[in-house]
Design a protein around this ligand. Sequence first.
Ligand SMILES: *[C@@H]1O[C@H](CO)[C@@H](O)[C@H](O)[C@H]1NC(C)=O
Ligand SMILES: *[C@@H]1O[C@H](CO)[C@@H](O)[C@H](O)[C@H]1NC(C)=O
Ligand SMILES: *[C@@H]1O[C@H](CO)[C@@H](O)[C@H](O)[C@H]1NC(C)=O
Ligand SMILES: *[C@@H]1O[C@H](CO)[C@@H](O)[C@H](O)[C@H]1NC(C)=O
Length: 400
Amino acid sequence: MGLLKQWFLLILLLGVKVICQDYDNAYETTYPEYDSETELEPRIPPLVVTQPPDYGNPYIPYPQECARECYCPFSYPLAMYCDHRKLKAIPNIPRHIRHLYIQFNDIEAITAEPFVNATSLKEINLGHNSLKSSLVERNAFTNLKDLLLLYLDHNNLEEVPASLPKTLQRLSLGFNRISKLSADAMQGLASLTVLDLCNNRLTDAGIRGKTLSGMKALMQITMCNNKLKSMPSDLPASVLQLSLENNSIASIPDGYFKKTPNLLSLRVSHNKLKAVPYTVFNLSRLMELNLGHNQLSKAFFIPRALEHLYLNHNEFMDLNVTLMCPSLDQSKPNLLTYIRIDNNRLSGPIDYSAYSCFPRIRIIFYGEQKLEKKKTLPPTKKPRLMGDAPINGGDGNVYE
Ligand SMILES: *[C@@H]1O[C@H](CO)[C@@H](O)[C@H](O)[C@H]1NC(C)=O
Ligand SMILES: *[C@@H]1O[C@H](CO)[C@@H](O)[C@H](O)[C@H]1NC(C)=O
Ligand SMILES: *[C@@H]1O[C@H](CO)[C@@H](O)[C@H](O)[C@H]1NC(C)=O
Ligand SMILES: *[C@@H]1O[C@H](CO)[C@@H](O)[C@H](O)[C@H]1NC(C)=O
């Protein structure tokens, strides 16, 4: 303990904040609780500017026409609200409607018929319905030449609807049963900037071939909670944010990111990575790298722009700073400010050279470390009383 205290003091002198979940200290001191997960999330700038509601031209008297089942507010004449109504079918959409909110219903089918006049549609929210791929008509959306936003999350889709309009900028397909992306459905989406495919059943075989590269404007792609065993191939060069949390990815090929040199944020936590090629993350703009909850044990090269690094819940026994930062360039310092390394197998303090290699470092979240492999635990554990502060999870103490 004495050693740890000294180490803390050293860090205090250096003005670095170290967050530690240390039992003894937690009982002795009254530092405020710190919610690591939420408060320390890096702020990657939003990639898509959300437009203010579009009220149309105030000098045009929009028709009062509205589907019988829905509500068209007088103050927002271009929108039709049909959500939470137990609807089984999409009603006919009047010609002037630009925003259709029809989420939370029991709709299974999409046919072209209700949309024949609705050529002004810019946004459709069909999330939280019961859409089935076999009941989505092939040309259902082809007529919609201005469509920008399409939400189809929380349905029972098994594939991406074919013939989506080329104008589409944002497509949400999370929480469906999609196992395969067809090149046919994806390649034409040249304006798409945000694609959400989290919580589906995507496999490596399901995204093989030229499926993604046609989306030349794609900036954010999320495929969390799927069944991928390797990194998706064929990403377009435009990608800035790639999220692959909670798959079964076991490796990252050397040079993998050569195709996506502009990447700002990469999240591959909750996967099966045991090792990564030494310079694989050498990307000039990478700011956030989350590799938590893997089985990594060997340090890798830290690119200069990286600000937030998550290595928590891995197998590191030490953190070799010489490997992370092989050379020092005072004129171009590393920008790392935050590193999370709790729940590894670290035993000693962080190498002192970390502070010269990473002069901007503000927080080292050292936290608790894993116990040595199955040490002699007492056969029966004392039951923990409710009042006994359980010191695990994200909260800890801040030493400033
Ligand atoms: C389309 O508009 C025409 C003419 O206004 C109307 O007769 C027809 O019922 C509309 N169809 C649908 C599906 O909205
Ligand atoms: C990981 O994904 C599976 C489904 O593929 C889900 O059941 C599980 O809750 C997810 N785990 C985490 C930690 O998100
Ligand atoms: C990282 O990339 C830069 C620019 O491409 C290059 O100059 C540098 O040598 C690379 N560093 C390592 C350690 O590979
Ligand atoms: C860090 O790694 C280098 C290269 O593998 C090795 O030579 C050095 O001894 C390591 N340093 C520590 C402190 O383990």
